[in-house]
Design a protein around this ligand. Sequence first.
Ligand SMILES: [Zn+2]
Length: 358
Amino acid sequence: MPNATDYIPEMVTLIGKLIEKKSAYVSDDGSVYFRIASFPKYGCLCHLDMANLISGARVNQDEYEKEGVGDFVLWKKWVAADGDVGWDSPWGKGRPGWHIECSALSMKHLGEQIDIHGGGTDLRFPHHENEIAQSEAATGLTFVKHWFHVEHLLVDGQKMSKSLGNMYTVRDVLAKGYTGRELRYALLSGANYAKNLNFTWQGMEDAKTALSRIDEWRKRIVDRATSAQPGGVTVVPPDLEKNIVQGLDEALGHDLNINAVLGLLFTWIRTTHKEMDEGRFTMEQAHAYLHAWEKLDSILGLGDATVTIPAEVQALLDQRAAVRKAKDFAKSDELRKAIEVLGWKVKDTAKGQELLPG
Ligand SMILES: [Zn+2]
């Protein structure tokens, strides 16, 4: 996570290069602008209609409307309102425009060309359009091979916003007793990245159910895979594993179609449960599915069901175990409530205390 302010020299160099190539100029207001007329490809990302462009119009703001498209600022001349924010440059004291930082930082760390550039859909214009212009004008190379823009998150079909009172933080979701894995699953399964994801509490419930089905399945597969004689080695025929995972690449290759991937996973789950029920699921298959799951989960990042107990909850649990031993049940109930406040349930079983999220 590089800080933009650590790369002022790189930005200055990049701007200098653009001036040298006549793609940028110092204007009479003392700031440096990118000359969009010098870059015929300008507007390619957002399909701007450049025919109506007013030649020579300049935009000194970082955010502006497509209708007002014009030469954008690369280096802003210092004004009194900037206070002590300013750096020296060949064009005098000033500060970089918003767009140039991304090109400079990206080139420094990732090279002049990158495969994938992500971002929120609201950054398409002007920010990403300008990144393309300034980078490609400087290097003569295609800056980004694939752009992918993520749509905004909705809550119950509405934009998530503080004023509507439908703002949830991750902490709020966890406080309702959901696990991080369940939230992750809900966010993964809600939609393709390029569509609005609609967050609902029902969606969280569905995620919880889906995830417990996955966990249950995985446990069954692991049990089957490890039921071998000790010392026995199971060799998985390579074709078996290949057949299982072949749909994965295809689904992900199709614009990261995560829903198709999850569909495939639940097909695995259905068919393998059936085969296990019917006693015709081999150890080799179990190993092959385990490998396939590991491959899939290296992408999904759902991990296994092991829950990490926060230190403060563990401390309360230990304390509770001690007071129960001393038969101080009033104190034990008090501690149970304290644990519940932190989003966990404690059950007393024959084996001792059992902790459950929620
Ligand atoms: Zn950027």
